[in-house]
Design a protein around this ligand. Structure first.
Ligand code: SF4
Ligand code: SF4
Length: 433
């Protein structure tokens, strides 16, 4: 069991992570398929999908219901068998806009539409399969996995099992429950990348998951222990920690010969390749102050309301939710919000829970935000540049290097939502380019 009480960060900052202790020992509870699955067309970074089905049509579990042309896209699939009740625009918690969703009402006996088997010795076929299965980065980034696997010139593959967020343990739980499957998924990804070196970066300690470690060793995968400090799970920082290499500003790990993928993504690749199942279910860490952490296995498109109901939680007690990481996730009040392919966590807050960011005070220039930034940029100056819409200054201050870890907002004594300025600043710079 992980026995770190705190994550230590720069500037003497520390964060209590005691909510995680022992939670990796809790098995996944398999949640019932939702009565209605709400399948957003946009569940990845890139071109938005168009619906492939019509209202009233019967669809099977695993059937593709949305796709788009182009490279930077992955399809979406129905997570239940039933009838398409509606195709409509609803509020998307991540993009913060109304987005198209296919709503499937579960009906009749479950029938599965599987992915066709492919030659798993053929690099291109594996990459195509991963695309068809709709696999995206499941650590929260939602970057299409097939694009990473198709990168040329990569010589090292890092599997990210760092799981440094204070509320998440579902990756480690998966490593305990599915070691063989994870190793098979990693090997397929290494084959697709055509790399000789694979590193498994884990926050677990030696002997904590002996079966997995034995299989990794037998498969020629290097196991490297990483400190569980928050935010170093970010790709660029992980590359720096493990390999001592800097990914230059504006570049990505494949540009220096490294590919990074999350451990849950490797498991999704396994399910696609060996079970013919697209990405329609995944694990999540559910947390409330009353219950502590539970590990749940859910179908994509399940709403917050249905998931809470499945946990016998009185929904009226809560009024705010965070999807994903407690630090980097997305807040919503809407209990009809569906859970996505990259929803790794759900945290529910009661009405009494403090809302520190509601009353923002003036910046007192304490510099605390700058001192904790893991990528050594200056959020306080970026905030000023964003307020003044000074695009030149945003560029000079390297706003594009921000990994949106939220640490600056978290430590700010004036409760300033610096991360909003970082989002904005990135946007302004992107639009100016
Ligand atoms: S959100 Fe960006 S600026 Fe703020 S601490 Fe994280 S990386 Fe630095
Ligand atoms: S931590 Fe908050 S108050 Fe301190 S410099 Fe940064 S923005 Fe200003």
């Amino acid at each position: 069991m992980t026995n770190h009480k705190y994550f230590f960060e720069k500037g003497g900052f520390k964060m209590d992570i005691s909510m995680k202790h022992g939670a990796e020992k809790k098995s996944f509870r398999i949640m019932k398929p939702p009565k209605k699955a709400i399948i957003f067309m946009q569940q990845h970074i890139g071109t938005c999908n168009e619906p492939l089905v019509k209202k009233g049509e019967r669809v099977l579990t695993g059937q593709k219901v949305g796709d788009a042309k182009g490279t930077m896209t992955v399809p979406v699939h129905s997570s239940v068998t039933g009838i398409v009740e509606d195709i409509t625009k609803i509020y998307h918690p991540v993009s913060n806009r109304m987005e198209t969703a296919v709503i499937v009402k579960r009906e009749g006996k479950e029938e599965m539409e599987s992915l066709p088997p492919v030659d798993l010795n053929d690099r291109k076929k594996i990459i195509e399969l991963v695309r068809e299965a709709g696999v995206v980065g499941m650590g929260g980034a939602a970057f299409p996995t097939h694009i990473k696997l198709a990168s040329e010139g990569v010589n090292t593959f890092i599997v990210n099992a760092k799981e440094s967020d204070p509320n998440l343990v579902c990756d480690v739980r998966l490593m305990i429950e599915k070691p063989e499957e994870i190793v098979k998924g990693i090997k397929l990804m290494a084959k697709a990348l055509d790399v000789k070196r694979t590193i498994f970066a884990t926050r677990t300690q030696e002997g904590e998951i002996p079966e997995l470690e034995r299989m990794m060793k037998a498969g020629g995968i290097e196991v490297r222990r990483v400190t569980p400090s928050y935010s170093v799970g970010s790709e660029k920082l992980l590359v720096r920690e493990l390999m001592g290499k800097e990914v230059p500003c504006g570049k990505f790990p494949p540009d220096i010969g490294v590919a990074v993928n999350n451990v849950s993504t490797a498991y999704a690749v396994y399910r696609a390749a060996y079970l013919g199942e697209p990405l329609i279910s995944r694990g999540l860490s559910f947390y409330t102050q009353n219950t502590g952490i539970d590990n749940l296995w859910f179908r994509t498109g399940t709403t917050v309301k249905e998931l809470m109901g499945g946990m016998d939680e009185k929904i009226s007690r809560y009024d705010r939710y965070i999807l994903g990481s407690l630090m980097m996730g997305w807040a919503t009040k809407d209990i009809q919000t569906p859970l996505l392919k990259y929803t790794s966590g759900l945290t529910a807050f009661t009405k009494k829970y403090a809302r520190p960011y509601e009353k923002q005070l003036k910046c007192i220039r304490c510099g605390y935000c700058d001192s904790v930034c893991p990528v050594d940029i200056y959020p306080s100056l970026i905030m000023k540049a964003d307020r003044e819409s000074d695009v030149k200054a945003l560029k000079r201050l390297h706003v594009e290097d921000c990994i949106l870890c939220n640490l600056c907002s978290f430590v700010c004594p004036s409760h300033i939502r610096l991360t909003e300025h970082l989002f904005d600043g990135k946007d302004k710079l992107g639009n100016a380019d």
